[in-house]
Design a binder for this molecule. Sequence first.
Ligand code: MCN
Ligand code: CUN
Length: 795
Amino acid sequence: TTVSEKKLTEFEDNDQKPVGFGRMLRKEDARLLRGRGRFVDDVQLPGMLHLAILRSPFAHAKIVSIDTSAAEASPGVKAVVTGETLKGLGLAWMPTLSNDVQAVLATDKVRFQGQEVAFVVAEDRYQARDALELIDVEYEVLDPVIDVRKALEPDAPLIRDDLDGKTNNHVFDWETGDAEETDRVFAEADVIVKEDIVYPRVHPAPMETCGSVADFDPVEGRLRLWSTTQAPHAHRTLYAIVAGLPEHKIQVIAPDIGGGFGNKVPIYPGYVHSIVGSIVTGKPVKWMEDRSENLISTGFARDYIMRAEIAATREGKILAIRTNVLADHGAFNGTAAPVKYPAGFFGVFTGSYDLMAAHCKMTAVYTNKAPGGVAYACSFRITEAVYLVERIVDCLADELEMDPAELRLKNFIQPDQFPYTTKTGWVYDSGNYEPTMRLAMDMAGYEELRKEQALKRAKGELMGIGIAFFTEAVGAGPRKNMDILGLGMNDGCELRVHPTGKAVVRLSVKTQGQGHETTFAQIIAEELGIPPDDIDVIHGDTDNTPFGLGTYGSRSTPVSGAAAALVARKVRDKAQLIASAMLEVSVADLDWVKGAFQVKGDPGRSVTIQEIAFKAHGAGDLPEGMEGALEAQICYNPSNLTYPHGAYICVVDIDPGTAEVKVRRFIAVDDCGTRINPMIIEGQVHGGLTDGVGMALMEMIAFDEDGNCLGASLMDYLIPTSLEVPDWETGFTVTPSPHHPIGAKGVGESATVGSPPAIVNAVVDALKPFGVRHADMPLTPSRVWDAMRGQATPP
Ligand code: MCN
Ligand code: CUN
């Protein structure tokens, strides 16, 4: 071994390795840190061709003609495919995850800048790109709909004239809560505060862009597709339905994924192009986006314009919240949310507070922008919901001249109220909010910070303290009311313990960096007492894993994590029968001590799980009626979502001369129930907090009035680096989920959900001396500068 490898090994050995839950270095890092990861772009197949996509330069334009002859004659080119070609195959349109349709390649017109118009397959990537330049498309430019507020005006250009009978840009109306009751409570309230709040369009921007390698074997009629997908099984089923290929002849492989953040949930035209390309050429075909393509054409996030109103008593008892939302869905409704939840889980906008009434009315519209909507660690739009409630609660605190921490503490749902049904019908499974809030305040030294702020204010210095408290609903979801395009949201899990006591567990979810290869081994280890290093986690390959809906909405732990624990318990039950035969005592006389069955009252007589595993496969008889082997499988349908919560406190300083915001401190206390691997949880939280700094201060996908995307590179779409973020201060409380077999709740998106309001609340708090009550993200120096001068920047 080299010196560095030796060092790494020593470090691993020094780290305590739990048999079960606890801190443990990630098993996958041995591969990823040594550069041995295998990503889609690492896939090289014999004779593989390369695909490049011609994209629309216009946001809205009629396609008059396309001339591909020069491109076809270009060196190395094997195929040029347009929408017309696909139309002939019935493949020009595909369903989206929201029961809309999206063009695989544009036929009639283009509807957003960056939309797919044609593709070229060539011997190498450069030849494919060069040939794109030779495709001659004649466009007739149309007026675009860019301002979402104008999308429903009677004279607005019609975007979706492909839809039968469509006469406007309306996508859906959605309502939740009780309008009448809410109006009644508002009418009787002492205090009403109203604010227009915009959550701008942002982009998940994973380090690895999207891509695929398709390999269609015409002899066997088999398709193998390596693709950047967070949901391999759901994708496979949709390919089967769309392309009419038999599902058992399709293998979707999601190899290592370089970050997903929701960007890799939808099915993109590019994946379909690579499949068509392979069928047409008879060769494997690789498609890999560049950064600009990823930023302009793949799933965006947020883009909600929200009017928030809150009603309260003079003493600060919050009575009701109502909101009106205008949602920009882009040119195709490509949102990936459970079918019955067109606005995702936005319905949890009542937050962590015990209200008398709540109501939301939402209108979603088409615009000439890229499709998407549910992405970027959003927990199905809980990002928007939490931002709304935590911002408007701060506005109320300002109106009442109350401390924002005190106002929150006064209105929390109390521990004895759980399970708590919100006024919008969500059943919060558990929670204990005050200790979490108090811990964050203690860690921050809240009283001291307020004193420091008062002193600074007296000197004209700008310091702000922002609080956000959130409750999330994660773990979609119960089959009774949650499905994606008719597929129930449950997860399978299979576990095999080999004769020597090593095990393999097969999951239907797929990690994109969350560390599943470690934490799922830890779940099995906790249940069976087999060391995590002896348990292999197989995932991301539809041929080798059970069906399930994949990783998003922080559902892996709530759903698949439960499946893993239960499948291990099934194995343990069988192991107990074998142990009783081995020890010649009845099953009831056995105690489980982690890793072994022991005769009650006689600890000297015991058999380990490894010994049982050998017996299960070994010579000699097993108990009457028992098959050999030690394995089990399960399909888990959760009875409810899990409801993690957290208290975040942010301290900012603003330079009065440049209006630059510096995040000085950030305290994050998370409660995700039982903690499987605290190190991984901290990593998830650190990442999500960094996302929050990006969204609150830097990130926005903006458009000019012609619909040109202004954030098409990482020079223009700013994402934070280690320089913009502080040393995160994390803490935790533990309120286990009562219905989850190990009491765990999801955490993968908590910090992205909770941090933007904490940061914005801190900035607005700093700007209080200027009479500022609200300012919209991203709080760039120019926006903060405008806010200081009493000018609102148009979104
Ligand atoms: N975990 C734990 N104890 C808990 C809860 C979770 O140890 N009580 C661990 C889990 O075992 C898992 C990780 O934390 O290793 C995240 O678990 P979970 O909250 O179940 O979320 P998922 O695994 O389903 O991940 C999805 C979530 C989403 S939806 C987005 S978006 C996001 C996020 O994860 N994308 C990520 N975090 C990301 N982190 C990385 N590195 N890359 C992404 O693309
Ligand atoms: Cu909303 S992003 Mo994650 O659920 O894949």
